[in-house]
Design a protein around this ligand. Structure first.
Ligand SMILES: NC(=O)c1ccc[n+]([C@@H]2O[C@H](COP(=O)([O-])OP(=O)(O)OC[C@H]3O[C@@H](n4cnc5c(N)ncnc54)[C@H](O)[C@@H]3O)[C@@H](O)[C@H]2O)c1
Length: 354
């Protein structure tokens, strides 16, 4: 294992909510020199750059990728806008951490994987659930044999209406399936250690479109894996904004010799009731203690851990878990689910060779 000694020159494309989280984690890491911030909104880019003492600000990723100081890149643009900057980054020989969904088309995914192999750069998709202590414990319990053979996973990952109506401005150009589905699909693929053969999906619309946001309300997916495993996934964007947490995360694993329940959102690890808490996000009674909390001014939680892990891989020259093929597989399942919901019948997942 080789270990670098010089900090990694790093750039971020898209510094909205999640790009700013990448910036906080990276700027806090002594192994990283956050040299460039890029956003179509240059005022926002300048503001984030100033906050972290980042010297270079760009309004286009093409310009940023001409900067020789940038060795690695996070792509944190909206769901539908990952493909072009991600492909340009790996073609330009930059290591790439791309947010989920990897891409929204198979063609883009295949092109990014091929280009990353050609240029020899590292490629990781930010499937951060693999860095959650709960899911990692579940994975270990399967690996050790304690749970027996994994048979069924039930995974609910949903948001309140706050997310599509206020948190992101482009909900009508994505869906709860593109926004949350990649996490659950990657998690069940990782837990089963297997590929999805068939998907049956049901989708309903109406509540959000009635609010002027043209995107589905929820999806349920029944996945059948090649070796017989079954997963049931539920993703809704219409939870009441009055629920005590912004997200609802529940997962149940049934093995032949054991059962695991995971609750990363309503486990009451922390409850706060004050004059502020009835007013909704961000003053929620159940503050986040798992995904992206802050402690002593430092970004912690598994959303930060996956980003630090990518830096570990660059620093130690190792291959990241959750690479392009994992990203592509999740995209293939989502595309099959969309088709299934349209025809109201199960669809075989088309897997592409890479
Ligand atoms: N890992 C997670 O759990 C998690 C959580 C939230 C969001 N995300 C993902 O992060 C991504 C960004 O989400 P967000 O909530 O930060 O969105 P956002 O709208 O807050 O930010 C996106 C930013 O990208 C910029 N942008 C768009 N196109 C660009 C381009 N071509 N070049 C440069 N900048 C561009 C926009 O101006 C905006 O500032 C999405 O794909 C989302 O799914 C991941």
């Amino acid at each position: 294992m080789t270990t670098r000694t010089k900090p990694i020159g790093y750039g971020i494309v898209g510094v909205g909510i999640w790009g700013q989280l990448h910036a906080r984690v990276l700027a806090d890491d002594a192994r990283v020199n956050l040299v460039a911030i890029c956003d179509l909104d240059q005022a926002k880019a300048r503001q984030v750059a100033e906050r972290h003492g980042t010297p270079h600000v760009y309004g286009s990723y093409e310009d940023m990728l001409r900067d020789p100081a940038v060795e690695a890149v996070s792509v944190t643009t909206p769901d539908f806008a990952h493909g072009a900057p991600a492909l340009a980054a790996v073609r330009a020989g930059r290591h790439l951490l791309v947010e989920k969904p990897f891409t929204t088309t198979v063609e883009e995914g295949l092109a990014i994987i091929a280009a990353s192999q050609q240029s020899g750069v590292k490629l990781m998709v930010d499937f951060h659930t693999r860095w959650s202590p709960s899911y990692y414990n579940a994975w270990q319990s399967i690996q050790s044999g304690e749970l027996g053979e994994l048979k069924l996973v039930t995974f609910r990952l949903s948001d309140t209406t706050y997310v599509p109506t206020k948190y992101i401005s482009w909900a009508n150009r994505s869906s709860v399936l593109w926004f949350l589905g990649p996490h659950s699909i990657d998690t069940v693929r990782w837990l089963f250690g297997d590929e999805v053969r068939e998907v049956y999906a049901v989708r309903r619309d109406g509540v959000l479109s009635g609010m002027g946001i043209n995107t589905p309300d929820f999806y349920t997916l029944l996945l059948q894996f090649e070796c017989g495993g079954v997963a049931y996934l539920e993703h809704s964007w219409i939870l009441s904004p009055n629920t005590p947490n912004l997200i609802d995360v529940k997962c149940q694993l049934q093995g032949s010799r054991g059962t695991i329940y995971i609750d990363n959102s309503h486990n009451r690890a922390f409850e706060k009731y004050s004059e502020l808490t009835p007013h909704g996000y961000p003053d929620l009674p159940y503050a986040d203690t798992a995904v992206m909390p802050v402690a002593q001014g430092r970004q912690v939680g598994y959303a930060a851990e996956s980003i630090r892990y990518f830096i570990d891989c660059l620093w130690q020259d190792t291959t990241p878990l959750a690479g392009g093929i994992d990203g592509l597989r999740a995209t293939e399942v989502i595309l099959a689910a969309e088709q299934s919901a349209q025809i109201n019948a199960p669809v075989q997942v088309m897997r592409h060779n890479v």
